[in-house]
Structure formats: structure tokens, C-alpha cells
Design a protein around this ligand. Structure first.
Ligand code: NCD
Length: 340
């Protein structure tokens, strides 16, 4: 795998392979030193041309926990502001000798375009309305951890389907792994051509809640939408929000999910976000392991095993003629499979 641009680049086996690999990295995260040397010497650039808190931080941590060097490219203070084109910006960054670029961009298709301008691996961290493949992977991972698998699970994705890259990538991933997906939204927030998507469409949330394994809520993407599409946040909550009363219709083992950032009291009531069935923070935690798996698949040595799970830094001596100081405590990270 050279790039990750779209969930449709992956078949079910490739999806499951990444989820299995992410399980290994979730184990790594529980260690005292949650770091492995797998990508030592590799450089990952985070090129976010659109705001992001969790996705950028998550990729940053994932790359560092694999011992890659990470460069955060801040679009707001870059030469883009001086009129440099996206192409020149990317070619300039790539000329500095990097291995991968993680891109978020407001234009659908920008990451694909970048693959034509450079030889480095490109990871799509969200492009316009189009795709957000690592969000889909972390959501599959979270569901699988809680419910065992996605096969036959009934999942409703509710809210602003039309403007959501999360909806597009999640529908593709969930259905590839055998889930039955229903989208719940007012007509104005459904995309044209929805009848060709592999989903059932429902206008009333109350009709589906009782049968769900997963209730997945999306943020209203105000920044991408014509305000005329929605009367008000209050009205939306009354018809499509997961209120306390609606949450009571969900079964005791159903999961409540949201990709964040969440508007408490709009898509999901504040109390419901803290319900024990809500796994919204698990999604965030799992994002790091899943992104480690993706970066490892793109840049790593093939198989993840105890050898690559060893010390992030070999024990170092400043002067080879000086014996190591016996009072220096052993490097705690050398305990697993460190090179002798
Ligand atoms: C989403 C995004 O930016 O696509 N957030 C995220 O990455 N966790 C969804 C959103 O902005 O609503």
C-alpha cells in the first residue's frame, strides 16, 4: 500500500488487516513507554490546510509513537498566504526529503492530486465532503472492540449526511464489513443520488432507535452549508438530536458514537454524551492506534513483531572508550525484543 486516500482503496481483507494491526498498536499504547522504533529515520509531514484538533494531534502522536520525525506544516503561517500554489508548496516540502505527507484540505480530491506531484506516500486526513478514511477505520475498530464484529450489525448514521466526508467513508467501510447501514436525515441534508448508496434512508429517528446496535451522530457542518437548509439548531435537535428521551429507546448494549467535534445539546444532549453507552472518547483513543497501523503499513518494514517493538533508541554511550555508567538505570524501553 503506497497511499491511503479513500476507503474504496481497501477491500474487506485489507480493512481487517489494518484493524488487526491496530490491535497490536493498542497494546503498545498501554506500555509504560508507548513507543516502538518501527519508523525510526522516517519523516512524516502533517499538512493541514483546514482546522483540526483531534485528527492532527492523533496523527502527530501516532507518528511519534512509531519513532518517526514529525513536521507540522502550519498552512496559516506558510507561503500559501503569499500566493504559493498548493502544488509548489507540496513540491517544496517533498524536496526536503520526507517519506509521507498527511493532508487535510477543504477541496475534495486534493490528496489524490498531490499523489501526482510527489513520490512520497499520501494519507488523506479529510478532504472536503469526500473522504476521511482513518476516521472510518477508527470507528470500525471501536465497534469491533465493543461488539465483536460489524457483520450483521444495524448502524444508523444520523444528521448532516450531505456535507459529511465521515458519512461517505464510514458507509463504505461499515458495509464492506457486513453491517446494515441506515441514514437518518431531513431531505435537505441528504446528498443527491443517495438512492444509489448501499444504505436505507429514513426520515424519522424514532422509527429506528429501538433496533440499533450503533447510533452514530454527525456534526452539522455549518461551514460547508447553505444556511437555508436548516431552520435552526433547536429545531434540528427536536427532530434529529439524541435527546435523553430518545436515548432511552436505544437498547442497553447499543453504542452511541460521534466523530467530534460535538455540539452538546444539538446532535447529542449533554447528559447523553456522558451515558455509559457513549464511546466517543474511545473513538479518540483508538484513533492513535489505527493511525499507527496506517503509517506502519505505508512506511514500515512489512510485519510488526517483537523486533520492531523494541527500544525506540538504542542504548547510547557518548564516548565508545568509556564503559557505561553502572549507576544509570536501564532504559525501560529495552525490555521487549531490543537488539542485543
Ligand atoms: C470530522 C471532520 O473534520 O471531518 N471530524 C474529525 O475529523 N474527527 C467531522 C466534523 O468536522 O464534523
Amino acid at each position: 500500500m503506497k497511499h491511503l486516500l479513500d476507503i474504496d482503496d481497501l477491500d474487506a481483507d485489507a480493512l481487517l488487516d489494518l484493524l488487526d494491526l491496530a490491535e497490536d498498536f493498542a497494546e503498545v499504547q498501554k506500555r509504560d513507554v508507548p513507543k516502538v522504533p518501527a519508523l525510526r529515520g522516517r519523516t512524516v509531514v502533517l499538512a493541514f490546510f483546514e482546522e483540526s484538533t483531534r485528527t492532527r494531534t492523533s496523527f502527530d502522536l501516532a507518528a511519534r509513537r512509531l519513532s518517526a520525525d514529525v513536521v507540522n506544516f502550519a498552512a496559516a503561517s506558510s507561503s500559501l498566504k503569499k500566493g504559493e500554489s498548493l502544488r509548489d508548496t507540496i513540491e517544496t516540502i517533498a524536496a526536503m526529503g520526507i517519506d509521507a505527507v498527511v493532508v487535510r484540505h477543504a477541496s475534495s480530491g486534493a490528496p489524490l492530486q498531490i499523489t501526482g506531484w510527489t513520490d512520497v506516500s499520501v494519507v488523506n486526513a479529510g478532504d472536503g465532503w469526500h473522504q476521511h478514511p482513518t476516521q472510518a477505520l477508527l470507528d470500525c475498530f471501536t465497534i469491533r472492540r465493543h461488539l465483536g464484529s460489524l457483520e450483521g450489525k444495524r448502524i444508523a448514521i444520523c444528521g448532516d449526511i450531505k456535507h459529511s466526508r465521515v458519512a461517505r467513508s464510514n458507509i463504505a467501510a461499515f458495509t464492506k464489513l457486513g453491517a446494515e447501514v441506515t441514514v437518518v436525515a431531513p431531505g435537505t441534508l441528504l446528498p443527491p443520488g443517495i438512492e444509489n448508496w448501499p444504505v436505507r434512508v429514513e426520515r424519522r429517528l424514532d422509527r429506528v432507535l429501538a433496533d440499533l446496535d450503533v447510533a452514530y451522530f454527525l456534526r452539522i457542518q455549518h461551514e460547508r452549508m447553505n444556511p437555508a437548509l436548516l431552520p435552526s439548531d433547536r429545531e434540528f435537535r427536536l427532530l434529529y438530536g439524541l435527546t435523553v428521551e430518545r436515548a432511552a429507546q436505544l437498547s442497553g448494549r447499543a453504542l452511541i458514537m460521534h466523530p467530534g467535534p460535538m455540539n452538546r445539546g444539538v446532535e447529542v444532549d449533554a447528559e447523553v454524551a456522558d451515558d455509559p453507552r457513549a464511546v466517543i472518547l474511545d473513538q479518540v483513543t483508538n484513533g492513535v492506534a489505527v493511525r499507527m497501523a496506517v503509517l506502519f503499513r505505508l512506511l514500515g518494514p512489512g510485519r510488526f513483531d517483537d523486533e520492531s517493538a523494541g527500544s525506540p533508541d538504542p542504548p547510547r554511550r557518548t564516548d565508545p572508550s568509556t564503559p557505561p555508567d553502572p549507576t544509570t538505570p536501564a532504559d525501560p524501553t529495552t525490555r521487549v525484543g531490543a537488539p542485543a
